[in-house]
Write a protein that binds this ligand. Structure first.
Ligand SMILES: [Zn+2]
Length: 85
């Protein structure tokens, strides 16, 4: 059977980002357990809850810094702290 030329083994990385919250009492959750927390919170309280799931898929290996995968995400830090001289 003729096979289509397939790509070489392709590095694939995925990252899910979940944020969740409650419309009833404004509780919020983030991270791996957020979606489950929203579901359980609804079960326990009957509050209407939501979960926003984003999935990032990256193909290939980094030839330069990949800012969204691997925990190197830069966070803008406030420089509000006063410099002491
Ligand atoms: Zn709630």
């Amino acid at each position: 059977m003729a096979m289509k030329k397939t790509a070489k083994k392709r590095a694939t990385a995925t990252k899910r980002t979940v944020t969740a919250g409650c419309y009833g009492c404004a509780a919020t959750w983030a991270g791996a357990g957020a979606q489950g927390a929203a579901a359980r919170h609804h079960d326990e309280t009957s509050h209407q809850t939501w979960a926003n799931v984003k999935m990032l898929v990256v193909y290939g290996k980094a030839q330069h810094a990949s800012p969204l995968i691997g925990g190197t995400r830069r966070r803008r830090r406030s420089r509000a702290t006063a410099r002491v001289r």
